[in-house]
Design a protein around this ligand. Sequence first.
Ligand code: DAH
Length: 339
Amino acid sequence: MDPLARARELFERARGELDAATDAASLERWRVAFLARSGEIAKAMELIRELPPELRRDYGRLMNEGRKDLEKRFKRKKAAFSDSSARRGPLFDPTLPGRPERRVGHIHPLTSTLDRIVSIFSRLGFGVAEFREIETEYYNFDALNIPSDHPSHDSFDTFYVRDDIVLRSHTSPGQIRTMLSRKPPIRVLIPGRCYRPDAVDATHHYTFHQCEGLLVDESVTFSDLKGCLAIFAREMFGPETDTRFRPSFFPFTEPSAEMDISCPFCSGSGCSICKRTGWIEILGCGMVHPAVFEAVGYDTERFTGFAFGMGIERIAMLRHGIPDIRYFQENNLRFLEQF
Ligand code: DAH
């Protein structure tokens, strides 16, 4: 083929491919293929040496003009690309479907249950205080009138860190810390994590949570306790909820009681969850024992008070119908995403 015709063909092909380039990357590939130092145009330029002298002038002119033309087109296109992609055009394609980037988190059911407890009691004037999980034996037991020969001191029932240092086995030491740091009137909730060396099963765990309550004032009576906790039960489990108080024993309260609620699953008619009794125990409570007031230097003639303690897991299990306490600790999303 005539070298001039071949050169024209080359330029035509180069223009076609340049027109077909759709982005900065293909434009650059085009530049390397045609305009770069070892590209097709440079190679075609070298052919001039092999041509008969009478052709060289025309060939040289054609090549020079053609290359200049390509360079001009290339520059124009390059500018258009950077215009549209960097300055004017959209940075992303808004018509593409969205990518599911981050999963939405949930409040843990124990946290939401505690939040509910706190919100109910806050309307009765209770604030919240939190204390340490590593306690002295004195605060965990002795100041609460739990004598040193009481079985709960036993290392089978309490984790010992050192001789006289324990992982708190209940939130009741918070009663002592609260009363030592302020004067009555007191209305406080003390929530937190507790520890006991219990074998793990559907209702026991070595790590669990309690919420303690303490109210101290002048002339507080057992009916204040009953009224307050009955309001809590109805707010927590529904307005139909009945409560009953059974005599019990705790060293730090006198008299002591356990509060039952009418079974929220069968409304008291008897089912497998309430073991056909119609009642479910939800907390321990009582009037603060004078020995506890003495331990914190309160005037036992002037002040009376009541206290209560409940397991947050237990309340959450009843509230949501959760059958096994272990679910709270497993971080299984199929469980957690339900709340
Ligand atoms: N501390 C008790 C426990 O862990 C629960 C309890 C019972 C707390 C009666 C109280 C109370 O404040 O009055 O089993």
